[in-house]
Design a binder for this molecule. Structure first.
Ligand code: ARG
Length: 387
């Protein structure tokens, strides 16, 4: 009897000591990374046609008209690359957790719509954002991604138990009826020139029917949050974020030149305090640069990508070259084949860790997309005192 009690106490003690080790805390994109979530490729699907997806697949893309579960070979390859990336991080003493994949190839529905299948859980950056001690589930703006947060719930619930100061929040789930999308965007006949003109005028596929945002449209700079207004985040979504984070200053940014403005992290990439890479084809407009310039931040144009086209069955552009993961203000993970980006970062004084990842791009992006910070050392700081 006493022996059992003892071993039970022993287990309990172990659990408690583990509990003390979990800290949810991350205020920016560059402080030393200690704990991160890395996505998985299991059951990943090419989404079936739906308004938000259709507009971002160019008419000449091989993905047009294709949908369904990706091949097992490609899933296995992507998982192999993700696992290797995890090892690279663990070798640097970074704790890594993984989501629990759902049966993404099953049909889903809400009272408002049906979708043939879901998407996947590789780009965790799109779904969950950590702001300080809070982990927030985004509304999302694609129907196929409506339930994706469930893949992260086991981890988030674990952190909730293990860190008594952690806050778990979920943004209001949107209806995503047809009213959420501008009809004239949904035609194959819309030319790139037309899209560029619309983007310049801040007329995007999503309407202002209800608040919408994807977590990967937000960049964290301590007290300031920089949010891209585009296809996946509307002005109501940004207003929701402003009201939700009253201790932050929330700024809206646009990047004319991007015909498919989805997620900010292949367009604007902070490296360390005072230094940001900007996509040279999607320049931050002059009036929006003021905040950075007035506070001594340098905006450097990113090096050219090493490839002329993305790998097959990828939604995203060649600018995933900029989708790097900063481990601390001196160290950065860059995709192995992106030699020009690596060279530029090296010249900017960073230690570059090459990570083989290109064949996983199709599953939702590169090294920044596929991760969600849980803990970076450091606290909330004001990097833009002059405003
Ligand atoms: N829209 C970007 C591009 O194609 C890709 C952004 C991917 N980011 C992400 N978090 N999934 O250039």
């Amino acid at each position: 009897m006493s022996k059992t009690t003892l071993s039970w106490k022993g287990n309990l003690k172990n659990n408690f000591s583990y509990m003390k080790n979990t800290i949810v805390n991350s205020w920016n994109e560059w402080d030393p990374l200690k704990h991160v979530i890395v996505g998985r490729a299991d059951n990943c699907c090419i989404p079936a046609p739906e308004p938000a997806v259709d507009v971002k697949i160019p008419p000449d893309s091989v993905m047009k008209g294709k949908h369904g579960r990706r091949t097992q070979d490609s899933i296995d390859k992507a998982n192999e690359l993700l696992d290797k990336f995890v090892k690279t991080l663990e070798c640097r003493d970074i704790r890594v957790d993984r989501p629990t994949p759902l049966k993404f190839d099953e049909k889903i529905s809400t009272p408002d719509w049906k979708a043939e299948h879901m998407f996947g859980c590789m780009p965790s950056r799109d779904v969950i954002i950590t702001v300080g001690k809070e982990m927030l589930e985004a509304t999302m703006s694609f129907r196929c991604r409506w339930f994706e947060y469930l893949a992260y719930r086991p981890l988030i619930q674990q952190y909730f138990m293990e860190d008594p100061g952690m806050k778990h929040e979920s943004a209001p789930k949107p209806r995503l009826t047809d009213k959420d999308y501008h009809k004239n965007y949904l035609s194959d006949k819309v030319s790139i020139e037309q899209r560029l003109e619309w983007a310049e005028k801040k007329y995007f596929v999503t309407t202002e029917e209800e608040p919408l945002f994807d977590a990967a449209d937000i960049l964290r700079f301590g007290k300031d949050l920089i949010v891209q207004h585009g296809f996946t985040t509307n002005l109501k979504g940004i207003d929701w974020l402003k009201r939700h984070f009253p201790d932050h200053r929330v700024h809206t940014v646009n990047f004319p030149g991007d015909p498919y403005p989805i997620h900010i992290d292949a367009t604007f990439t902070p490296i360390k305090p005072g230094l940001i890479l900007n996509n040279p084809q999607r320049k931050l407009p002059k009036e929006q640069r003021k905040l950075f310039e007035d506070n001594g931040w340098e905006i450097v144009y990113a090096a050219q990508p090493a490839h002329n086209s993305p790998p097959p069955l990828t939604y995203y552009s060649i600018w995933l070259s900029m989708n790097i993961l900063v481990l601390d203000p001196k160290t950065v993970c860059v995709e192995k084949s992106e030699v020009y980006q690596a060279e530029q970062l090296d010249k900017l004084g960073m230690e570059v860790l090459p990570v083989d990842f290109r064949e996983a791009y199709g599953f939702g992006g590169s090294l920044h997309c596929s991760t969600t910070d849980v803990y970076r050392e450091g606290k909330m700081e004001d990097y833009f005192p002059k405003q």
